[in-house]
Design a protein around this ligand. Structure first.
Ligand code: LLP
Length: 421
């Protein structure tokens, strides 16, 4: 997005702040987020929901920094969580418990107790066994647990197999054929309150068709479940909308939702309470990671550019062969790239899988700064201390204002939980 990350006087800026100054002050690797980009991404959803009954539940796993969560809480969003840790983060950031939904195939009894104690809005149930356990836990607390059933619509989201979740052979959700029977069971359980239905078919989805197909399949079930005398007060369509990393052209949220509501209207469901659980599409293109070129290593077949960020900071290339745009931070270095040497941009971690970009044309010198784009989602939240590398600093920029929203791990922190023999 040009307005948030852009060249001005030849230098890369985040909003009004030149990134080179940020790297000098805070060191690298360094994540920098743009608050205006977060606002714009959220506005694209809100525009599509104008005049509709929709609630947005930001998927905490995409970027769980407390300041990012607080931003979304202040904008009125709810949250989609998958663990006690994410629940406590959301609450610490100011979330309203009623607007929290709890997803995930492996909720523990302890997590259920904690979430019931806070009176969260809904448990998205992923299996028949989980439903029975939640009923027991709710009974032990003498409460009724609000639930939806996550159904598996068996549609192909046409995304990377590791992040596709709506096909029959995935571990997620309840099979379409079983769904009615499980709703009937849920309706009989004394400590369960059936609230809704939900689905989530995958992530980084870049076409509309899987969403519309999934909606049709879910609405078929709503017809059947309500015909069986079980009213559903909400329909949760999950997250999954993709972003542009390279040359993808994902639908904008407002266009996608115009089509979704046209479909829902045609089937008489346009007035229902819809819920969404977007993660990546709200934060992914709101962040970059700045990294310094440590060494250039010319080779026979190809050259290596060794940077100070690695797979522990930016795990997506190593895990999914994901593409992230990488550029210099001086505009001059981004011109005439066809004539520039070809590099693999790699990190210092001791694994061949530790790469951030392959076969990239770059004009480079030792000591240069590089920007890795689309680093707002599933980067810091998936970062690790592998190779006992500290997780990076995170900054949130708002206009010309810069806030440190996470400090770099210290060496003491990384060893703090361990004991010497
Ligand atoms: N709801 C549920 C139930 C989910 O499992 C997910 C993501 C979301 C919502 C948010 O999906 P999003 O809007 O962000 O696509 N680490 C992978 C992505 C894993 C997504 C897991 N579930 C990556 O870096 O591509």
């Amino acid at each position: 997005g040009a307005p948030f990350f852009h060249f001005h006087d030849g230098a890369l800026h985040v909003e009004q702040v030149p990134v080179a100054a940020l790297a000098r002050e805070h060191g690298t690797p360094l994540f920098v987020y743009s608050q205006a980009a977060l606002s714009a991404a959220l506005a694209a959803y809100q525009a599509g929901f104008e005049g509709r009954n929709v609630s947005i539940h930001y998927a905490v796993k995409a970027n769980s920094n407390l300041s990012i969560l607080r931003f979304f809480a202040q904008q009125g969003c709810g949250f989609d969580i998958v663990s006690e840790g994410e629940l406590e983060r959301a609450l610490a950031a100011g979330a309203t418990p009623e607007k929290i939904v709890f997803s995930g195939v492996g909720k523990t009894r302890h997590e259920m107790r904690v979430a019931l104690g806070y009176q969260i809005g809904c448990f998205n149930i992923e299996s028949e066994a989980e439903l029975e356990v939640l009923n027991e836990v709710a009974q032990s607390l003498n409460v009724r647990a609000p639930i939806s059933l996550r159904v598996n619509p068996d549609v192909d989201a046409q995304t990377h197999p590791y992040i596709s979740t709506g096909l029959k052979n995935n571990k997620f959700g309840i099979a379409h054929e079983r769904a009615l029977a499980v709703f009937q069971r849920a309706a009989q359980l004394p400590h369960i309150a059936v609230k809704g239905i939900d689905c989530h078919i995958g992530s980084q989805i870049t076409t509309e068709a899987p969403y519309l197909d999934a909606l049709d399949r879910v609405l078929d079930l709503v017809d059947a479940v309500e015909a069986a005398g079980i009213p559903l007060s909400h329909i949760d369509c999950g997250g999954g909308l993709g972003i542009q990393y390279q040359d993808e052209k994902p639908p904008v949220a407002s266009d996608l939702w115009a089509k979704m509501f046209a479909r829902a209207d045609a089937r008489g469901y346009g007035e229902r309470h819809f819920m969404v659980e977007p993660g990546r599409s709200l934060v992914g293109n709101a962040g970059i990671c700045l990294t310094e070129v440590l060494y250039l290593k010319p080779g026979e077949e190809k050259h290596f550019c060794i940077v100070d960020a690695a797979m522990n900071d930016l795990p997506r290339p190593a895990m999914y062969q994901a593409y992230h745009t990488i550029t210099g931070v001086q505009e001059a270095a981004t011109q005439n790239l066809a004539s520039a040497p070809l590099y693999d941009v790699v990190g210092p971690v001791c694994e061949s899988g530790d790469w951030l970009g392959r076969d990239r044309h770059l004009h480079l010198q030792q000591g240069d700064l590089l920007a890795v784009y689309s680093a707002g989602a599933y980067s810091m939240s998936m970062a690790s201390n592998y190779n006992t590398r500290p997780r990076a600093v995170e900054l949130l920029v708002d206009g010309s204002h810069v806030r440190v929203v996470r400090q770099r791990d210290t060496l003491a922190q990384m060893m703090q939980a361990e004991q010497l023999l």
